[in-house]
Design a protein around this ligand. Structure first.
Ligand code: CMP
Length: 971
């Protein structure tokens, strides 16, 4: 079950368990039509009390052939009891963010004054009026029976498409054959009349639903009507025209419960087109204006509102003290101050109302019930703080005159300012710039208050002399006095000094206190600045530290200079392109879900460019994208070498690479962004099983994504159709290789010809030559230790060694579709077999042809089985080698002259190794066979399951396609 489905189910469960609690939340609902649509559909679930409304849609709706939006409604048992809520969140990725919630306009529409529609959208839409107008236009279309409204409902049009959908609900309900008896009415918030009506009528038919858009307008225009005033439709009697409802002479059909009169809708959904008079429209608009909304505290609208309130607070913060200190200014500009003061008070007042409609989280669920919100707010301290802010001390103006100090309580609103600053700091992309600005602002405001305080003291006769700071206090105007005191405070608080010398005791004390305070302030500021500077260069520092560490290591270990330079250049490139040394670590603190979202955003585009992933299921891509790891290769680096065991496949994100032949010069293919490689061995497609069929080298710096074999298989297990597709592409590739045989490679790999003949372009990985360039020191070391350890055992095996047994094992291997995972011992054999590991003298280039020739001649006759389809694997090669050597020199070779004893020892060891390897391979073959069988069986079962689910699919086209895919997969 997809995450989305689980999420919906769990939320539904929660909702049900909450009974009548009015909660709503945006939810994901899987379309459930195909695995590829798992994230395509987003549901809007809203509900109040016992009513809940699920409206879901998917990106596929726009195509018109996808399932219709599902809309289910659980009615409240009581007539007119429910208050429908509607809201939705649209996200392209199927994840919800505060952005989504904000971007989603509220599309609720009021039905009447009693039944105010409460938007469960996270935010009130600022474009409310615009939306309403749009909605009205579209509803008209819906009313006229046009259905293309659905066509505009798609994920990417979030805001714009919402009204369409809502209106489209009505239109959709037609197509649904009356399954949704409420059509679009609930969606549009005009629920009262239609709901009450439907509750009494039981079920409407499809024709009745055609009138929903009309009813929307109607109900919006009857804001003053009690639902009962309409009279239940049944009262109109079957076939009767139905009495005109109070104030609705134009809508006689409301009373018709399916009769033939004008009020009946029976079977003619389109013939009655709603007409709306201008007055009705105006009334509808008026009614719509009476909407109530619930604000999401995490939404952007709340944020913007807190910004407005913060402005009001800042006005008070700067001005109250200033006007109190320099009261002279009040006299001249009293009108302006009055206006500004009461504007800010008005904003404070609105803020209280805003709080009444701001949702809150209870058990992680956004609460939207009006009553709950009110209770919650009124029981909180914030409510009292807000009331305190608006304490009407202004009335005291009448007795003490216009004095701004009476407005001091307005400053309590600082909590709102701090919350705003906090949130901005968290959300901004330039946190350090923001922090610096905030710091400077705080400094300025502190100096401002301090200056004003000083002026107040000065005004009240100071500390004995009034000319201590002001030289011309009598003649200077207000602004100059203010600037003088501000300047003095700046000098004092920044500890710059050079202050006018105090004369009286009081002045001394005051200056000392000022300097102490300044010292603390200065320290704090320095600390803040240091923090900012540190965090600005944190990434660079971390990067530098890593580079330093690597450099130190290389120096200590005496890594060759050219390699050191290469490493440093690699770091350079990394810094220039990514500015981050460890991308994975950067997001490691995030929960998986968020990591996934980021990964999808970052990698999905690249993945889509890759041929093999094009036209694959979306779910498959999403699964893969989570498992990609970025890696960076330097110029000339070999990403993989022919003959290695393939453990990863690569996708080129940026850069150029070459598929090269053994000689490292012949370029078989060039790869660029969007290309991929390494898939053949991880899919075990090549004749060499899980071995690399070629070497791949980076031309310049290459940015790749790595996908491990395990991850790939994990995903493919769940998407067998994708596996079939990948394999078929790999087969095509292999066929392509066939057409470009490499002569040179063939020459050096005669041993491997048995397998390579089927695909001449491929080079058998087990040939010695292919491994010459491979450096496997650990394997060599391990080989010798392994040999010593199992000496006795191997001798025993040597005695019982028989050719038929090996032939049998290789034969079995060939029957396993080339899947022949090599054991570690296999690698050991290769390692010991390689000229480098045999003896130091074997490093000479002249040694290579000799050993090749030896093996070539000695093995030639024995490679016959390869022509009959047998795998000429390493064991047989080695055996041949052994035989060849034995035949030529009777157990000794003149190769090393004085090292005869050692040579003998090597030969003996090799023979023992052969034995172990044969055993190993036989076991491996059996295991491979079993694994293959199991995988096949698994794939078959999965195909069957897919087949079953696809038969239940709504779309016959999809069904055929799916079956086709399944069939391919089974094949
Ligand atoms: N001729 C070619 N053109 C493109 N890619 C190739 C060619 N030959 C080999 N490769 C790729 O190189 C990869 C080497 O490792 P694999 O065998 O796992 O998978 C191989 C292919 O993906």
């Amino acid at each position: 079950m997809s995450t989305a489905k689980r999420l919906v189910l769990s939320l539904r469960g929660r909702k049900n368990s909450q009974g009548n609690s009015a909660t709503s939340s945006t939810r994901l609902v899987s379309a459930g039509t195909s695995p590829g649509h798992e994230l395509d559909e987003i549901a809007v679930v809203s509900g109040t009390g016992s009513s809940s409304h699920h409206f879901s849609y998917g990106g596929c709706l726009a195509t018109g052939d996808a399932p219709l939006p599902r809309y289910s409604t659980d009615l409240g048992p009581k007539f007119g009891m429910t208050q429908p809520k509607f809201g939705q969140s649209v996200s392209q990725q199927g994840f919800f963010t505060s952005h989504d919630s904000l971007a989603t306009p509220c599309a609720s529409r009021a039905s009447n004054s009693h039944m105010a529609t409460v938007s469960t959208a996270s935010e009130m839409d600022l474009l409310h009026n615009k939306q309403r107008n749009k909605s009205r236009g579209r509803l008209k279309t819906a009313a006229s029976g046009d259905q293309p409204l659905l066509g505009t409902w798609n994920r990417s049009t979030g805001r714009g498409s919402q009204d369409n959908t809502l209106a489209g609900g009505g239109a959709t309900s037609l197509a649904m054959g009356g399954h949704n008896q409420y059509g679009g009415n609930y969606c549009n918030g005009t629920d009262r009349y239609p709901r009450s009506r439907s509750q009494q009528q039981g079920h409407h038919n499809a024709a009745q639903q055609a009138h929903h858009p009309y009813q929307l307008q109607h109900s919006a225009s009857t804001v003053s009507h009690h639902p009962h005033a309409h009279g239940p439709p049944s009262q109109g009697g079957p076939g009767g025209p139905g009495p005109p409802h109070g104030g609705h002479p134009h809508h006689p059909h409301h009373g018709g419960g399916g009769g033939s009169g004008p009020g009946s809708h029976g079977g003619q959904p389109h013939h009655q087109k709603p007409r709306r008079t201008a007055s009705q429209r105006i009334r509808a608009a008026t009614a719509a204006r009476k909407l109530h909304f619930v604000f999401d505290p995490a939404g952007r609208l709340c944020y913007y509102w807190s910004m407005v309130v913060s402005m009001a607070f800042l006005y008070n913060f700067w001005v109250i003290i200033y006007r109190f200190a320099f009261q002279e200014i009040n006299r001249r500009t009293i009108a302006i101050w009055f206006c500004l003061d009461y504007l800010s008070d008005f904003l404070y007042l609105i803020d209280i109302l805003f709080h009444f409609r701001t949702g809150y989280l209870e058990d992680g669920v956004l609460q939207t019930d009006a009553l709950k919100l009110r209770t919650h707010y009124m029981n909180s301290t914030i409510f009292y703080i807000d009331c305190l802010c608006l304490l009407p001390l202004d009335f005291l103006y009448l007795s003490i005159g216009f004095n701004s100090i009476l407005r001091s309580f307005r400053l309590v609103k600082i909590y709102r300012f701090w919350a705003f600053m906090d949130r901005t700091e968290r959300h901004t992309n330039y946190p350090n710039l923001f922090r610096s600005t905030a710091l400077i602002h705080y400094l300025l405001v502190i100096f401002h208050w301090n200056g004003c305080l000083y002026h107040i003291i000065h005004k009240n006769n100071g500390f004995g002399s009034r000319n201590w700071v002001y030289h011309d206090s009598e003649s200077a105007d207000v602004v100059k006095q203010y600037l003088q005191s501000y300047y003095w405070c700046t000098l004092a608080l920044t500890t710059i000094g050079d202050l006018p010398k105090p004369r009286s005791k009081g002045e001394y004390v005051f200056v000392i206190l000022q300097l102490l305070f300044g010292l603390m302030l200065f320290a704090t500021v320095l600390g803040h600045v240091a923090n900012i500077v540190t965090s600005v260069s944190a990434a660079r520092k971390e990067f530098q530290a890593k580079l330093d560490g690597v450099k130190t290591y290389m120096r200590m270990r005496r890594v060759p200079n050219h390699l050191q330079v290469k490493v440093i250049k690699w770091f350079d490139y990394l810094w220039l392109t990514q500015k981050c040394s460890d991308e994975e670590r950067a997001v490691s603190c995030l929960p998986d879900k968020l990591k996934a979202e980021i990964a999808i955003n970052v990698h999905l585009d690249t993945l889509k460019r890759v041929e093999i992933f094009q036209n694959t299921e979306a779910g498959f891509l999403c699964e893969l994208v989570l498992r990609l790891r970025p890696v960076l290769f330097s110029p000339g680096d070999y990403i993989c070498r022919k003959g290695e065991v393939g453990k990863e496949m690569y996708i080129v994100n940026r850069g150029r690479l070459q598929v090269v032949a053994d000689n490292g010069k012949t370029v078989m293919a060039s790869l660029k962004a969007g290309s991929y490689f390494g898939e053949i061995s991880i899919l075990n497609m090549g004749t060499a099983g899980n071995r690399r069929t070629a070497s791949v080298r980076s031309v310049g710096y290459s940015d790749l994504f790595v996908l491990s074999k395990k991850d790939m298989w994990d995903v493919l297990k769940e998407y067998p159709a994708a596996r079939v597709r990948l394999e078929s592409i790999a087969v095509k590739r292999l066929e392509k290789y066939k057409k470009a045989p490499l002569e040179k490679v063939k020459y050096f790999n005669v041993v491997a010809m048995g397998r390579c003949q089927s695909t001449p372009g491929l080079v058998e990985s087990c040939g010695r030559t292919s491994l010459e360039e491979m450096w496997l020191p650990p394997a060599t070391a391990a080989a010798s230790s392994l040999l010593h350890h199992h000496q006795a055992l191997q001798q025993q095996h040597l005695a019982s060694q028989q050719q038929p047994h090996r032939q049998e094992s290789t034969q079995t291997s060939s029957q396993t579709h080339g899947y022949s995972p090599r054991s570690y011992a296999d690698r050991l054999v290769r390692a010991t077999d390689s000229p480098r590991s045999v003896s130091p003298s074997a490093h000479g280039s002249e040694e290579r042809p000799r050993s090749r020739t030896t093996s070539h001649h000695s093995i030639r006759p024995q490679s016959q089985p390869s022509h009959t389809g047998h795998i000429c694997d390493s064991s047989s090669q080695l055996e041949c080698y052994g035989a060849g050597v034995g035949g030529a020199g009777g157990g000794t070779t003149p190769l090393l002259g004085s090292h005869e004893v050692l040579e003998d020892e090597i030969k003996r060891l090799r023979e023992r190794l052969h034995t172990v390897e044969s055993e190993n391979q036989a076991l491996n073959t059996k295991l491979s066979q079993q694994q293959w069988d199991l995988e096949n069986r698994l794939a078959e079962i999965e195909m069957q399951i897919c087949g079953v689910s696809s038969t239940s699919s709504v779309d016959p086209e999809n069904e055929t396609e799916e079956l086709e895919r399944n069939r391919e997969s089974i094949i």
